[in-house]
Design a binder for this molecule. Structure first.
Ligand code: LMR
Length: 345
């Protein structure tokens, strides 16, 4: 792997079919930086440029290319145009891309620690998530996958998830028998089973068509994702449950990261953190803009719940916590509950 040099790959290294070939090349020197060229950071992601992640990735590029002009170039590939999230995890490990921002739910296949972010109704809002991520228990999660070739630098928010489907979901009973697209997470699978739905793990890029053709009936996502990827056009009702959190781990390959000159690594680290603070302020604004535009479109109906209806949802999904407590660790759940409590004080 790219153990000692910065990465500068040919486009031929970017497809799964040639992955084995690339590994050989990387080991043999494909990862070597051109002697006089800037360091290249390829940064693929799956959402549209106008989403919280899309905006944050662009801002990262702008700041890096201003402060490290001529030394670092950032190529952002939005909307899944380069690869899916799942492929990007492998590509990061193999050194084909240098930075990713993958939904925390999709890290499930690498570590169960991140399952905490998918527990339904654990985090009532983004401020609580932020307090948890800044806590000693939350911040060590950045390093949870270093042994697997993934080093977390920061967390970025997207927003809270809502349910979309062919019927208003005022009660969990409305979900019974519906096929739900979910991200690749066992907690989300259990959550849908808990309410009598049929969960289908599926890549983000396939969701619009699956809803349009009826391959799935329902899905959960944030307002900004449902607006920018047009899910609202193929869903009659979007029910405002705020039942779960969707956020990202901004990550690099530790070998790549440690191979950077100290001054560049330090500057990049500062920029990632600066952008995280900015992105986490913007995310709620962008999400609420998505909600407003969906309502304005009149294409699908936004359903808001009464406090009693919301309590029914919370009660129905609560058993999921017990199922994953062993995987996640009681101390992590306690830290999340403490973050929740400190917000209530
Ligand atoms: C999804 O697959 O629904 C999300 O992970 C997309 C994203 O990156 O926000």
């Amino acid at each position: 792997m790219n153990s000692d040099k910065h990465t500068r790959f040919s486009p031929g290294c970017l497809h799964g079919a040639v992955i084995a070939f690339c590994i050989a090349l990387v080991i043999g020197g494909c990862g070597k930086q051109a002697d006089d060229g800037p360091i290249l950071i390829k940064f693929p992601h799956v959402t549209a440029p106008a989403t919280p992640k899309g905006q944050a990735a662009e801002r990262f590029k702008e700041i890096v290319e201003a402060r490290l002009a001529g030394r670092v170039v950032v190529e952002v590939y939005p909307s899944g145009q380069l690869m899916s999230d799942d492929d990007s995890l492998d590509a990061l490990v193999f050194g084909e891309v240098q930075m990713i921002a993958v939904s925390l739910s999709k890290l499930d296949r690498l570590t169960h620690r991140f399952q905490i972010f998918d527990l339904p109704f654990l985090f009532p809002d983004l401020a609580t998530v932020e307090r948890f991520q800044a806590s000693p228990e939350g911040s060590v999660l950045l390093d949870a996958m270093v042994d697997k070739g993934i080093l977390g630098l920061a967390f970025w928010h997207n927003g809270m998830k809502q349910f979309g489907g062919p019927v208003p979901m005022r009660s969990p009973m409305a979900a019974e028998g519906l096929k739900f697209r979910i991200m690749e997470s066992d907690v989300l699978q259990a959550q849908v089973l808990q309410i009598g739905g049929n969960p289908q793990k599926m890549a983000f890029g396939e969701v619009y068509q699956a809803l349009q053709t009826g391959a799935v009936d329902a899905q959960e996502n944030t307002w900004s994702n449902m607006y920018s990827s047009k899910f609202y056009e193929v869903q009659d009702y979007l029910t405002e449950t705020n039942h779960g959190y969707l956020g990202y781990l901004v990550a690099v390959n530790p070998d790549f990261w440690n191979s950077l000159p100290d001054d560049i690594r330090g500057e990049l680290d500062d920029i990632v953190k600066e952008v995280a603070a900015w992105a986490n302020e913007q995310s709620l604004i962008i999400d609420m803009e998505g909600r407003a535009k969906i309502i304005e479109s009149g294409v699908s109906e936004v359903v808001t719940l009464t406090p009693d209806e919301l309590t029914d949802w919370q009660d129905a999904m609560r058993p999921v916590w017990q199922k994953f407590e062993g995987n996640i660790g009681a101390e992590l759940i306690a830290a999340a509950l403490a973050a929740r409590q400190s917000g209530a004080n």
